[in-house]
Design a protein around this ligand. Structure first.
Ligand SMILES: Cc1cc2nc3c(=O)[nH]c(=O)nc-3n(C[C@H](O)[C@H](O)[C@H](O)COP(=O)(O)OP(=O)(O)OC[C@H]3O[C@@H](n4cnc5c(N)ncnc54)[C@H](O)[C@@H]3O)c2cc1C
Length: 319
């Protein structure tokens, strides 16, 4: 249920505030979003609410729908570039994180951090999610993106997703096939449904072995990615048969900067930002890299990170 980059009037926000007060739901006005993302750029949300559990998440998305105001679900903000103008409407920070285990089946609320699920898998001796250890997102964000690493991806594990559809106000249980997973893609990227919870099908294994694979994946990440810097993971999707980072590196762009944003010298498919960085710099540097790679190698890179919020005319803002 991502916010369109639509304008939201003062009357719309007044209606939202009024309904929220009636339902005893707390909203924060003009809330800074940069600290809630890993890249730490971008302006404020008109209104921000925190969902502490599944029912609160459902209550908040229903609030936005009833008020007729666009709504955006913020997981851990690890795949996002929020525009400098910020986001219109209601942003819901999803911190619903209840987890239940039944045998090798794990069901969790969509705001649960993947890292927490990985820890639960290690403790319970369950294999399958070891790749998730270095993905700093929530379960909902990972299902949305069909996140993956080290040869694994969410689509191989997710047996069911509980999703709420603002078009008819219904909650549905979707099976794996209905989620239309592709490389870093799912039905949720193309529609307004809100992921409330998901069920993962894991495999029993010795806890030591699971822990060893998690540690190996972590070590590989620490060795290759600029984890001490502000970033949003891979900027571009890998084109078929190649790596975006290899192409950007071969184009001589490692270390190239525009304003507060630089191409990481450690991994060329990462853009890192200074403190008080600007989303416009990230966008300009990404576009520059795309243009140079297209010119040099004839490959059109596609953005992996998502640009959200209200962008000045001419920039591609999606919500
Ligand atoms: C250091 C680093 C390393 C990374 N490594 C990887 C990697 O190896 N593999 C990989 O795939 N990604 C990687 N990422 C990217 C990112 O962590 C993943 O895409 C992650 O799944 C995003 O989850 P999130 O909760 O942060 O989503 P957010 O960034 O908060 O949101 C992303 C999108 O998902 C939508 N969304 C989130 N939750 C829901 C929900 N409950 N219902 C509906 N829509 C929702 C949001 O509205 C938004 O459109 C990395 C990022 C960083 C910073």
């Amino acid at each position: 249920m991502n916010a369109a980059p639509a304008t939201v009037s003062v009357a719309d926000l007044a209606r939202l505030d009024h309904l929220a007060a009636e339902r005893n739901l707390a909203l924060v006005a003009d809330a800074p979003l940069a600290p809630l993302t890993t890249l730490r750029v971008g302006g404020p949300a008109d209104r921000l609410a925190v969902a502490g559990d599944r029912d609160a998440l459902l209550g908040l998305v229903q609030l936005a729908r009833d008020a007729g105001v666009p709504c955006f679900i913020l997981g851990n903000g690890s795949d996002l570039v929020v525009s400098d103008l910020g986001m219109r409407g209601l942003v819901i920070r999803n911190r619903a994180r209840s987890v239940t285990l039944r045998g090798s089946e794990m069901r969790a609320d969509s705001g649960t951090p993947l890292a927490l699920l990985v820890r639960r898998c290690v403790a319970a001796g369950l294999s399958g999610l070891e790749f998730g250890t270095a993905i700093p997102g929530t379960l909902g964000g990972a299902v949305w993106a069909n996140a993956g690493a080290h040869g694994g991806s969410m689509s191989e594990l997710v047996s069911a997703v509980e999703a709420w559809d603002p078009r008819d106000g219904q909650t549905r249980l979707l099976d794996n096939a209905e989620c239309n997973y592709r490389y870093r893609d799912s039905r949720f990227k193309h529609g307004p449904e809100v992921i409330l919870a998901a069920t993962l099908q894991l495999r029993p294994d010795a806890p030591d072995e699971v822990a060893a694979r998690v540690a190996a994946n972590q070590a590989q990440r620490i060795a290759t990615q600029p984890l001490a810097d502000q970033n949003a993971g891979s900027v571009f999707r890998n084109p078929p048969g190649d790596h975006a980072g290899r192409l950007i590196d071969a184009a001589g762009l490692k270390g190239r900067s525009i304003g507060s944003a630089s191409v990481s010298t450690r991994h060329a498919n990462f853009i890192i930002t200074d403190r008080n960085g600007r989303a416009a710099d990230v966008r300009a540097l990404g576009d520059l890299a795309r243009g140079i790679v297209a010119e040099r190698f004839g490959v059109e890179l596609e953005y992996e990170i998502e640009f959200v919020g209200e962008w000045p005319p001419g920039d591609v803002g999606v919500g």
